[in-house]
Design a protein around this ligand. Structure first.
Ligand code: ADP
Ligand code: MG
Length: 254
């Protein structure tokens, strides 16, 4: 992807365009034709039962899964085009998982600098400056020299978010970022995400936190069995789900 091929990151311009996306694992078709456009600055929350294909959808956007069919464009670039430099596109997309995936033997600071130095070729000094800024943003400036094992789950997840932000992503994908946390630690992570959204970050968030979806999400997508069953303004869907499958799911999580 050369710079001329990159489209604008202005608010409202398409960030992620998914067209007729299909994905099978053997005989098991888990995405059955997904159409979805996420615009820059938008926060799209994805909810749905376990096994409905939410993680596969996010992983496809980040090219951790290869689609069986359809198209994915990231800022206008077709990521399935064999001539496209996938690694370059992937640096535009941050991803945060349920499991924080920090390097346990490295300090928080080193967790935040290593990819900056190796992938973005930043100097150690520059990478450390960016890392300190990002730790400040997630409220963990004083933990730079700690090892992940000495942090709470909520703090580790905030470090994982800071680590992603160090790469200057244009968009962030979150796959159930609070599902592994003790209930009392969920709020601090959602607060970091809420602040990130308020800066205009483009976000796709798979979550069961309906309060977050209602207050922070611009759009709610309900997935079941590999399709988008229903989508719209979160407060409207939550108050008045149209589809039986959405109603059944919401009655269990609300
Ligand atoms: P969700 O995140 O909504 O719980 P997933 O996207 O993880 O759903 O999974 C959707 C379906 O795809 C499930 O039936 C799951 O077993 C299957 N699946 C996911 N990843 C793989 C894989 N790597 N190999 C085989 N099957 C998979
Ligand atoms: Mg999942």
């Amino acid at each position: 992807m050369n710079d001329a091929a990159r489209t604008t990151t202005a608010p409202g311009a398409p960030a992620i365009e998914i067209r007729k996306l299909r994905k099978s694992f053997g005989d098991n078709e888990v995405l059955k034709g997904i159409d979805l456009t996420v615009r820059h600055g938008e926060v799209v929350c994805v909810v749905g039962p376990s096994g409905s294909g939410k993680s596969t959808l996010l992983r496809s956007v980040n090219m951790l899964e290869t689609p069986s069919g359809g198209e994915i464009l990231i800022e206008g670039v077709d990521v399935l085009d064999p001539d496209v430099d996938i690694d370059r596109v992937r640096t535009r997309i941050g991803m945060v998982f349920q499991q924080f995936n920090l390097f346990p033997h490295m300090t928080v600071m080193r967790n935040l600098t290593i990819a900056q130095e190796r992938v973005l070729r930043r100097s150690r000094t520059e990478a450390q400056k960016v890392a300190r800024d990002m730790l400040e943003r997630v409220g963990l400036a004083e933990k730079a020299d700690a090892h992940p094992g000495h942090l709470s789950g909520g703090q580790q997840q905030r470090v994982a978010i800071a680590r992603s932000l160090c790469m200057n992503p244009d968009m962030m994908l979150f796959d159930e970022p609070t599902s592994a946390l003790d209930p009392e630690l969920v709020g601090e992570v959602l607060e970091v995400m809420r602040r990130l959204a308020s800066t205009g970050m483009t976000m796709m968030v798979v979550t069961h936190e309906m309060g977050f979806a209602r207050e922070v999400g611009d759009r709610l997508i309900f997935m079941d069995d590999g399709v988008i069953v229903e989508e719209g303004v979160p407060a409207e869907i939550l108050a008045n789900p149209q589809h039986g499958r959405t109603q059944a799911f919401l009655s269990k999580v609300l």
